[in-house]
Design a protein around this ligand. Structure first.
Ligand code: PNW
Length: 467
């Protein structure tokens, strides 16, 4: 760059992907149309008591039928990139074997529509909606057969769409797919402890859970290899992980070192093995008889080099250095008055939009980094004039992206970020109660209305600057 071309110092780099994101089960609906198979989320949502208010994704926001309107909307709110996921059972109703051409055709049309609108498609293979058939036949991720099936499915999709889709993500959030689905997370809400579980909602002991974790990273590795083999020259692939990251309370060398150690420990099950091709010795030792069983060949597959790492960034772990106290850091709690967004778990940490990529870069140096999700739930009341003035979400996104900008200035290879979510949608076990969209959706009429935050996003993406 010459001095004459030097951009406004507040501008994001040329080519930064200003994106918005969704996932198949959360938006598509059409749960049993055109030959689609049942997923574990269809089964789970159809089981009484699992989802708030008995909500299901049967119709969701009817994106399957309204995809054209939605692509126009995504263009209208100024997004240059769109991250969506394929419904695996729409393409392979049984998870493997017989292809459902009508299902694949839907994504073919969607990708064409995006390209025609000049929106770059980023596609996730697996965003939680496992074919129920694989659950029934193999116990899902409890078996390496499911990992193999992901690899086969990845190859078919890369072959069919790799001429137009340049970026593939393998699995969205390994922790949710493994732990939250087979153990749950405990939430402490006003003196009560509740265990929240995702589909399939099967409780596993430590040993089998570690094996499930192993199969998830194995599936990732097989998918990376298949996409390389079946995609086009230049097709890129990587994971989309909800990266556990520590926030150094103070920006000093000691605290940053402590945050690095804590971040490594947080990622011992997934990012560590995927990026190093090996498990951390301390993890295997501590797990003892419960350690996963694996071969050298599998570890090679798991460590297949990726082109980028995608990270969903929501909440950090707060740590301070503790050099006199192994492992060198101490976790500190959030103050009970720490500001939070509209979900019980969501403590504010705009700094995470800088520290998560920075720590990822300093620990593992991936070639490229994407923030695959950045967003929050908000109260989103519809004003008498019909608009949603989500000043809180707008503040959340602006602050977060200001910290993303710092990462780009410091040479961290952060290439883009995706707002979660493009549109209000089915928020898993919270059903339609939690709204994350920058576009409001009336779940009765399916009417879409861009919120104030979408108006802000459009302006910012156009100016390439959030402040
Ligand atoms: C993500 N946490 O899940 C998912 O990828 C989306 O599908 C989902 O709609 C979105 O975030 C909002 O929940 C998360 O506890 C679940 O930090 C839990 C956490 C983060 C992300």
């Amino acid at each position: 760059e010459t001095a004459g071309e030097q951009a406004d110092s507040r501008q994001f780099p040329e080519g930064y992907f200003w994106g918005v994101a969704t996932a198949a089960y959360q938006i598509e609906g059409a749960w049993n149309e055109d030959g689609k198979g049942e997923s574990i989320w269809d089964r789970y949502a159809h089981t009484p008591g699992k989802i708030k208010n008995g909500d299901t994704g049967d119709v969701a926001i009817d994106h399957y039928h309204r995809y054209k309107e939605d692509v126009a909307l995504i263009k209208d709110i100024g997004a240059k990139a769109y991250r969506f996921s394929f419904s695996w059972p729409r393409i392979f109703p049984e998870g493997t074997g017989q292809l459902n051409q009508k299902g694949l055709d839907f994504y073919d049309r969607l990708v064409d529509e995006l390209k025609a609108a000049d929106i770059e498609p980023f596609a996730t293979l697996y965003h939680w909606d496992l074919p129920q058939a694989l659950q029934d036949k193999y116990g899902g991720w409890q078996s390496a057969e499911t990992a193999k099936a992901l690899g086969e499915y990845a190859g078919v999709v890369a072959k069919a769409l790799g001429d137009r889709v340049g970026h593939f993500f393998t699995i969205n959030e390994f922790k949710q797919v493994t732990e939250t689905a087979h153990r749950g997370v405990e939430l402490h809400v006003q003196g009560r402890t509740v265990r929240l579980m995702s589909a399939p909602g099967i409780l596993l002991e430590d040993g089998p859970l570690n094996q499930v974790r192993h199969h998830a990273v194995l599936g990732h590795g097989l998918a990376v290899q298949a996409i390389r083999a079946m995609g086009r020259a230049g097709t890129k692939v990587g994971p989309a992980e909800n990266m556990g990251h520590a926030l150094p309370i103070i920006d000093s060398p000691e605290h940053i070192k402590a945050a690095e150690a804590a971040t490594r420990a947080q990622n011992k099950y997934f990012l560590g093995p995927m990026l190093e091709g090996r498990y951390d010795d301390a993890y295997l030792k501590a797990a003892g008889n419960d350690a996963p069983k694996f071969t050298d060949e599998e570890m090679k597959i798991i460590g297949t080099p990726v082109d980028f790492v995608g990270i969903n960034v929501y909440i950090p772990l707060l740590v301070v250095e503790a050099s006199d106290d192994p492992p060198g850091y101490r976790e500190v709690p959030f103050s009970i008055s720490h500001p939070k967004m509209f979900s019980d778990w969501h403590r504010l940490s705009p700094e995470s939009q800088y520290w998560a990529p920075r720590l990822l870069h300093s620990i593992w140096q991936p070639k490229e980094i994407y923030i695959t999700e950045n967003g929050c739930a908000a109260a989103d009341e519809v004003a008498p004039d019909g608009n949603v003035y989500d000043s809180d979400r707008l503040m959340y996104l602006r602050n977060g992206m200001t910290w993303q900008h710092r990462a780009t200035v410091e040479g961290i290879p952060l290439k883009g970020s995706f707002v979660w979510s493009a549109m209000d949608n089915f928020e898993w076990i919270n059903g339609y109660g939690d709204r994350f969209g920058i576009v409001h959706v009336d779940f009765k009429t399916q009417k879409r209305t861009p919120k104030l935050s979408a108006q802000w996003f459009r302006e910012a993406a156009q100016r390439k600057s959030v402040v």
